[in-house]
Design a protein around this ligand. Structure first.
Ligand SMILES: Cc1cc2nc3c(=O)[nH]c(=O)nc-3n(C[C@H](O)[C@H](O)[C@H](O)COP(=O)(O)OP(=O)(O)OC[C@H]3O[C@@H](n4cnc5c(N)ncnc54)[C@H](O)[C@@H]3O)c2cc1C
Length: 406
């Protein structure tokens, strides 16, 4: 496949650049890449960041630049995958919010677009896309993370409604969210992945309690969520009763592929190596060059996924390879950045070089390795589905991704 920019794409890029220049400033060239997982935000700063992200999303929506690849009937631009990538590339060069609304915009929205009814799409997706409503993902539980299908939160039918009771955990921005997609067990008598149903849940009801959990970055942006008979209307069920595993799989595919266009920070690392006076050190040169080549390999992995998307498919195990490559490269990059800062590497926040950007990235890195499926789980997927190695012994096997209808 040829990824050379076509005349049409170059014209689109020029149009995007021209619009972005009217509404935003260029990005500080030396700023370390950041996102909600790696940032050290207190509660007030977090609220401000979410509000800023909502304002930016609304500005894009009102000007016709939100959801480049989303269908027009739900407020998107109806553009191509390539146009979506071009827009993200140009947006990443500007000082604008990024990533704070990713759970809704990047993962749950596309899942609802794929699996929701026309009525659900029309009702739920335009306010999500405009940033008017913030969404979270109530999937993981204390006993169900890597083995998500073991989830125990139960939903019982009550006329035209469902009552949901149980505990979720690690729910990013639950305390700021208006809506959630919640996975709950509706049939405990069938194999575990077949007894799960996906519901849209109003997060403002009193039967939903969020308790933020503090991470080692200093932020407390994910939560324990307690559900005590929380109500979901049957018309807010996504897909059939017992078919929630499909919603989970489609969400994960979007989650694992959404980082493929992420800004990596390699140029900032090279700047740091040059400026630190260690640029002539042969060991530093070796390490920087290795990280650079890891980043280029990651780019190729992104092209493979893009090829599949452009052909109308969804990346399967390729997304696991990309996530693993990304976490390996980012970990190496953080280690080197802090080494290059010497004794200043142990400082924090405003006392540290570059406003503590590399320190925050370093502390947030384990979260990136765990969220969306840990490194070990990605390796299991690659071992079983790409390399054909014997699978783990499991009493209750999940449906292979290839068999999940989309
Ligand atoms: C920053 C962040 C944001 C998150 N946001 C959300 C969110 O918004 N919503 C949500 O629902 N969840 C969220 N999560 C939860 C995330 O999906 C889980 O943490 C993840 O799936 C791992 O589950 P666990 O924490 O229960 O660890 P466990 O599954 O208990 O794993 C513990 C350790 O055992 C290893 N392990 C487990 N099973 C195997 C196996 N079969 N083979 C080899 N090793 C294994 C794991 O790799 C890990 O090292 C988030 C997590 C993080 C870190």
């Amino acid at each position: 496949m040829d990824f050379t920019e076509s005349e049409h794409e170059a014209a689109f890029r020029a149009e995007v650049r021209a619009w972005l220049a009217t509404v935003s400033e260029p990005r500080q060239p030396r700023a370390v890449p950041t996102n909600a997982i790696v940032a050290e935000w207190g509660p007030d700063e977090e609220r401000e960041k979410i509000e800023a992200a909502r304002r930016w999303q609304a500005a894009k929506f009102d000007a016709g630049w939100a959801g480049i690849t989303w269908p027009r009937d739900i407020g998107g631009r109806g553009g191509t995958r390539t146009e979506g990538i071009v827009f993200s590339q140009e947006e990443s060069k500007r000082e604008v919010p990024r990533g704070e609304l990713a759970v809704g915009l990047g993962w749950l929205g596309p899942m609802i677009d794929a699996l929701g009814t026309d009525e659900q799409r029309a009702r739920l997706l335009p306010p999500l896309l405009r940033g008017d409503e913030v969404w979270c993902q109530l999937f993981s539980e204390p006993g169900a993370g890597s083995d998500l299908a073991a989830l125990a939160t139960a939903a019982e039918r009550d006329g035209s409604e469902w009552r949901i009771t149980g505990q979720k955990v690690w729910t990013t921005f639950a305390h700021m969210s208006d809506w959630a997609v919640c996975l709950a067990r509706t049939d405990p008598t069938v194999p575990k992945h077949r007894g799960i149903t996906a519901f849209v849940l109003d997060m403002h009801q009193s039967a939903v309690e969020c308790r933020p959990l503090r991470q080692m970055t200093g932020s407390a942006n994910f939560n324990e969520v307690f559900l005590d008979g929380a109500v979901a209307r049957d018309e807010d069920r996504i897909g059939e009763v017992g078919d929630g595993w499909r919603a989970a799989m489609v969400t994960f595919m979007h989650e694992r592929t959404s980082g493929s266009g992420a800004e990596l920070g390699v140029s900032q690392l090279v700047d740091l190596a040059r400026g630190s006076g260690h640029g002539t050190d042969p060991v530093v040169r070796q390490r920087v060059a290795r990280i650079y080549s890891q980043a280029r390999v990651l780019e190729f992995s992104g092209y493979r996924m893009l090829t599949k998307l452009l052909q109308g498919g969804m990346p399967g195990p390729e997304s696991s390879t990309a996530k693993l490559a990304f976490t390996r490269m980012s970990t190496d990059m953080n280690d080197l950045a802090l080494t290059l800062q010497g004794p200043a590497g142990v400082l924090d926040g405003g006392d540290a070089p570059l406003e503590g950007g590399w320190q925050a990235y370093f502390l947030g890195m384990p979260g990136i390795r765990i969220g969306g499926g840990t490194d070990e789980i990605q390796r299991n997927i690659i071992g079983e589905r790409v390399l054909g190695l014997p699978g783990e012994p499991r009493v209750d096997k999940e449906i292979p991704f290839e068999e999940v209808p989309r």
